[in-house]
Unconditional design. Structure first.
Lengths: 256, 305
């Protein structure tokens, strides 16, 4: 337990020094800001772009605040998720390759503490980045468009955060087994996309898939009521535990 | 009988089809400095990685002394051939992290860190990032962090092979001090390094242990002592040297003109006789040398066979 703390401190310090704790939040804040601003000013942007005949009337309805925040989450869903996969793709395989994983594991440290510290650092970093980005989006939506239902915003934020952590956990597990960082990022990102796709294909079945967290968060914001996500949350928790066990095995097996 | 802290019985390890280690057996005594000596590919790194717990055994057994905890990592320090550090950490942070991970309290880790940074000559560089350290500094840092928890057994993989003469001397000096307090096992392919600080030798070749023994003992066994004589050129001298063959103490004689090399089991008697007869017959000796076949010689032979 104490060693887990030492390793966690190391992970957080590493995230700070290598700039992960700066660029990941920056990506999320940028993504979070673009949506409300472009939603508000879209008519002006199109008008300013020119090429329109004199006297053309442009009427684009400004979306409801909830819808804007839903779109923000969709934005996070592509680029944000990719950023997380890229940030954690080498978290174990990289340390294995350069020998620092052996440096840690040759000391009396349980592999579980090693992987768990990485996972906790992921939760913290992603939580910080997502909170900043989502907070920025909420603030600008409030400023430019209107107030969204606070309870709904909070629930959706939480669901979406859980989804991002799930994707990050997949990345960590992949990096414990796949040597190439790009391979790990690709498998985690691809798997997340497939999950979302499968969830989308079967409208009302398969609502237990972890990807349901993602869609429940988005539909909750845009439609005002969220579907039942309890089963999906439960399944996700179990899968995260399984992925962690898998990652511990990977960190332990085939040490350099 | 000396206490063994670790006994290896028939260790084998294969990677796919290559057998890196074949039924290697040896014992590691307490407070000894043991060199694993062998050419490249002899299985030294595999052996050390197994001892360090980084590799699983294919077969064989490792028995630790009963009084020690089951988890070897608690009482063992390890320095790999190419020590790896987190480049973004400073030297001091590396030491502190290593100490905490080995189970020391924060205060204890801080105390040991300062002490060892001083020993390793890294005090002035302690606040700098490890990424900017030179090879020699990294090696010294690697050594320092490996002993932060005062292990009973220190495993070092090629600790001096990649260093320049100064770095090499620094490391050997640190080891000379530490071998008073703990067992040191180091691998090397340079006999000279092993001879300098180690008192025991495990010779490996092609995954097997060729022999293990005390350095002094091996030196004795390496070959018979010999006497080398060179005399000033003269007919008398040639005749005298040819006559040495008949001395009862001579085991083997190689002669060539006015030089000869005599192997013997009774050096003292032979030396007396040869000197006396040289004086009696007025032979002008230019060289009179008593020697022993060097370990280097013996090492080459053992490895080739």
């Amino acid at each position: 337990m104490r060693k887990y703390g030492v390793l966690l401190a190391k992970e957080v310090r590493e995230a700070l020094r290598t700039g992960k704790l700066i660029w990941l939040p920056a990506v999320f804040v940028l993504l979070g800001l673009i949506q409300p601003i472009s939603a508000k000013f879209m008519p002006d942007i199109i008008a300013a772009a020119g090429n329109l005949p004199e006297g053309a009337v442009i009427q684009i309805p400004i979306p409801k605040p909830g819808e804007v925040l839903g779109q923000v989450l969709s934005q996070f869903g592509m680029i944000g998720m990719l950023a997380i996969c890229l940030a954690y793709m080498g978290t174990i395989s990289g340390e294995k390759r350069n020998g620092t994983a052996a440096w840690i594991l040759v000391k009396p440290v349980a592999p579980l503490a090693y992987v768990a510290s990485k996972w906790t650092a992921l939760c913290l970093t992603v939580g910080f980045s997502f909170a900043l980005g989502y907070g920025a989006a909420w603030y600008y939506t409030d400023l430019l468009i209107g107030r969204a239902d606070a309870a709904m915003v909070a629930v959706s934020g939480f669901l979406y955060y859980a989804w991002l952590v799930f994707v990050g956990t997949m990345t960590i597990a992949a990096s414990a087994w796949i040597r190439s960082p790009a391979g790990a990022a690709f498998s985690a990102f691809g798997l997340a996309l497939v999950l979302q796709l499968v969830r989308g294909l079967f409208e009302n079945r398969l609502i237990w898939l972890p990807a349901e967290l993602n869609s429940a968060a988005i539909t909750g914001l845009s439609a005002g009521e969220s579907s039942s996500w309890m089963t999906a949350a439960f399944v996700t928790a179990i899968v995260v535990l399984a992925l962690m066990t898998f990652a511990v095995k990977g960190a332990n097996a085939a040490r350099p | 009988m000396m206490n063994n802290i670790l006994v290896a019985e028939n260790l084998s390890r294969s990677f796919g089809r290559t057998e890196a280690l074949r039924e290697a057996s040896f014992a590691i005594g307490e407070k000894r400095c043991i060199a694993l000596l062998g050419p490249n590919g002899a299985g030294k790194t595999t052996t050390l990685s197994i001892l360090a717990g980084l590799l699983e055994l294919s077969s064989g057994k490792l028995k630790a002394s009963g009084e020690l905890p089951d988890d070897r990592r608690r009482w063992m320090g390890f320095l790999p051939q190419h020590p790896a550090f987190f480049g973004w950490m400073t030297g001091r942070e590396t030491m502190l992290t290593a100490g905490r991970l080995c189970g020391l309290s924060a205060a204890e880790a801080a105390r040991r860190s300062e002490e060892l940074l001083e020993t390793a000559g890294l005090k002035d560089a302690a606040h700098r990032r490890v990424a900017g350290y030179s090879g020699g500094m990294k090696q010294r840092l690697g050594l320092a962090q490996a002993v932060i928890h005062s292990p009973r057994l220190l495993l070092l993989d090629e600790p001096v092979s990649a260093l320049d003469p100064i770095g090499r001397r620094d490391v050997l000096e640190m080891l000379a001090d530490w071998k008073q307090k703990m067992t040191v096992v180091l691998s090397t392919h340079v006999l000279h390094d092993a001879e300098q600080i180690c008192d025991e030798l495990i010779l490996m070749n092609k995954g097997r242990v060729v022999m293990q023994g005390g350095m002094e003992q091996l030196r004795q066994d390496a070959g018979k002592p010999f006497l080398r004589i060179v005399a000033e050129q003269s007919e008398n001298a040639s005749r005298w040297i040819a006559g040495l063959r008949d001395l009862p103490e001579s085991a083997r004689v190689d002669e060539e003109g006015c030089q000869c090399r005599i192997e013997t089991d009774h050096m003292d008697a032979l030396r007396d006789k040869v000197l006396r007869s040289a004086l009696d017959q007025g032979i002008k000796l230019t060289t009179f040398e008593v020697g022993r076949k060097s370990l280097e010689h013996w090492f080459m032979e053992a490895v080739r066979s």
